[in-house]
Ligand binder design. Structure first.
Ligand code: MRU
Length: 361
């Protein structure tokens, strides 16, 4: 996608350096950050320089490639295992991160010399990032039939291109509609406490010239009630075998509202987000983040400086679960690279048996 008219991806590898769009400073400052080692890239994932399931998956894959490039020959496989542990420990919920680490480890372990293992790791990480962008584009095509002219839809958090390598999941059908000349309007929830909707989704929709409006999370119910929302599409961080879906905190509330008001609620996700080893939503690990994210807000002051200010009283304590689980029964379907599937265990199992979408698809 384009930033100020110039094409970008969110994550890429330049030699052995990982480059990431610095998402913590958006929308106020656009900056590309560079990371020389897998330890640095892992810290960037943990501190949310890069965030969003697909983007952290791609960054984790490249971090593994960095580990393979730098591991000493004498203890190559030990060093790689250790690096995998460091990267896996960064964030617990998004399945894409674990998928990426495993995929690069597997590629490296099949090689018959250390030199070829290093190259295999780089190739696997690069292929993973390319697959990620390609799957998102395919999700856009799959969701296009839902994009009727004049539609007003709602999305939550940021499941646009900043959350992947390119295109996004929930917003991919919106970008596909734009290419097809179909105008849709997007309501973006601000998504407290980290405000990915206010900081990221609003910014990327503005960059793409998609008509949109930001709403406070608390405004959603009233918009549903007034018939302003015709469709909801959200992303996913992990989808269990039965279709229960972990996504940004607040997603479950929107799914309940959508059901109450008979509005179709879809989840857009690629194969790397589905986790057949997790039987249902109760087994999905939910990240608990710092209470400071609730107690403080960060943004640009009127004098132009970037500031963090405390909004709660000096002694306030906060609870900050980063994700919630939407039961499969509230989900109309999964928008995937292979089309729209019902949110049922059988459909999920059949999808996971399909070969990945071909580059030409
Ligand atoms: O904590 P984040 O920003 O990494 O959360 C991930 C998300 O942005 C959302 O949950 C999103 O809807 C799924 S990622 C495509």
């Amino acid at each position: 996608m384009k930033v100020n008219g110039r094409p970008y991806q969110t994550v890429w590898l330049d030699g052995s350096t990982v480059k990431l769009i610095e998402q913590r400073k958006l929308p106020h400052v656009f900056e590309v950050a560079s990371y020389a080692t897998h330890h640095e890239t892992a810290r960037a994932i943990q501190e949310m320089v890069v965030r969003g399931a697909g983007a952290i998956g791609a960054a984790a894959g490249y971090a593994m490639a960095q580990a393979a490039l730098h591991a000493p020959e004498a203890r190559f496989h030990d060093a790689l295992d250790k690096a995998a542990g460091v990267i896996r420990a960064t964030r617990p919920t998004a399945h894409d991160l674990f998928y990426a680490v495993d995929r690069v480890c597997r590629a490296a372990s099949c090689a018959n010399s250390v030199e070829s293992a290093r190259m295999a790791a780089v190739r696997a990480a690069t292929a993973l990032a390319q697959d990620n962008a390609r799957a998102c584009q395919a999700m856009g095509r799959a969701g296009l039939p839902l994009m009727t002219p004049g539609l007003r839809m709602l999305t939550h958090c940021n499941a646009g291109w900043l959350a992947f390598v390119d295109w996004g999941s929930a917003l991919a059908p919106v970008y596909a509609a734009q290419e097809a000349g179909i105008e849709v309007f997007v309501y973006a929830t601000e998504t407290r406490p980290r405000s990915q909707g206010a900081k990221l989704t609003e910014w990327e929709l503005a960059q793409a010239d998609v008509p949109h409006q930001l709403i406070a999370d608390t405004a959603a119910g009233s918009l549903f009630q007034r018939g302003e929302i015709g469709l909801v599409i959200v992303g996913a961080d992990r989808i269990a075998a039965n279709g229960d879906t972990a996504n940004k905190i607040g997603t479950y509330t929107l799914a309940v509202l959508a059901r109450r008001h008979n509005v179709p609620f879809y989840v857009a996700a690629s194969r790397s987000t589905f986790d057949l080893a997790t039987p249902d939503g109760s087994a999905i690990p939910i990240e608990q983040r710092s209470e400071d994210e609730v107690l403080y807000v960060w943004g640009r002051a009127d004098d132009g400086s970037l500031q963090r200010v405390r909004i709660a009283g000096p002694d306030a304590r906060a609870l900050n679960p980063a994700f919630d689980v939407t039961p499969a029964e509230l989900i109309r379907g999964f928008i995937t690279d292979q089309g729209i599937l019902p949110a049922t265990p059988d459909a999920v199992a059949a999808y996971m048996r399909e070969p990945e979408a071909s580059p030409a698809a």
